[in-house]
Design a protein around this ligand. Structure first.
Ligand code: KIV
Length: 271
């Protein structure tokens, strides 16, 4: 299917309509102005300013350490670049798991200071009242179930979630709760494809899968992973479209050689 680049601005409303029309939703993460411009102009529907910025931009082992101020920095840069895509920003760990009025304050800061269009939070029943409070304040929220990296120290591993009946049942009920709380969509991360298909059928709001199979209403990948910038992360669900690590490394090697051999700059490359 070709991308309709004429559409003015993708909104949470148009995202929901895409599910009704059966049009798949293409999502990638983005953390900086230059990459976000490319994604936006290529026609991506949603740019997710994921807290995976902690891993791919800052080199942390988990997403836990990234702060609200750091997320604001990434989100503002992406918003400045995105003319068409919907920009969704992760609320970082620790900003919404406690008091819901603190969560609302963090949510309002992201919306006011970055200009983002929507937020994403991880979890189900534990945070559904907070989700409702944020949505009631007029802020669109996307949920995130399955493997929720902010809880990695509770899970202890990044393996597939909800393979057992009890966890699968909780996930289905959490998905309904998030829909009832007013979420406009929900990310399903690393769960069996059959379960993701069931949730997708059950919900009116779109599901966005990552390692959750083809039945989801949309797909999301971390942009550094799909472009092959990050070489040490190759899970089964990842399709790598480029090998930018090798491409960049090759270009840098040639540049170093040119400088060392006094072959750069040449006559035309100077004033
Ligand atoms: O932070 C992130 O990049 C995410 C996606 C993996 C869904 O939450």
């Amino acid at each position: 299917m070709s991308v309709n680049k004429e559409i003015k601005r993708i909104t949470t409303h148009s995202i929901r309509e895409m599910k009704v029309r059966g049009e798949k939703i293409a999502v990638l993460t983005g953390y900086d102005y230059s990459m976000a411009r490319i994604l936006d102009q290529a026609g991506i529907d949603i740019i997710l300013v994921g807290d995976s910025a902690a891993n791919v931009m800052a080199g942390y082992e988990t997403t836990v350490p990234i702060t609200l101020d750091e997320m604001l920095y990434h989100a503002s840069a992406v918003v400045r670049a995105a003319k068409r895509s919907l920009v969704v920003v992760d609320l970082p760990f620790g900003t919404y798991q406690g008091d819901s009025s603190d969560a609302l304050k963090a949510a309002v800061r992201v919306m006011k200071e970055s200009g983002a269009h929507a937020l994403k939070v991880e979890g189900g029943i534990e945070i559904s009242d907070t989700v409702k409070r944020i949505v009631d304040a007029g802020i669109p929220v996307m949920g995130h179930l399955g493997l929720t990296p902010q809880s990695i120290y509770k899970f202890g591993t990044y393996t597939v979630r909800a393979k057992e009946e009890a966890e699968a049942e909780k996930l289905k009920s959490d998905a309904r709760l998030l829909e009832d709380a007013g979420c406009f969509g929900v990310v399903l991360e690393k769960i069996p494809a059959k379960l993701a298909a069931e949730v997708t059928r059950d919900l009116k709001i779109p599901t966005i899968g990552i390692g959750a199979g083809a039945a989801c209403d949309g797909q999301v990948l971390v942009v550094h992973d799909m472009l092959g910038i990050n070489q040490d992360f190759k899970p089964k669900f990842l399709r790598q479209y480029l090998n930018l690590f090798d491409e960049i490394s090759g270009a840098v090697t040639r540049y170093i050689a040119d400088v060392k051999n006094a072959e750069f700059p040449n006559e035309k490359e100077q004033y």
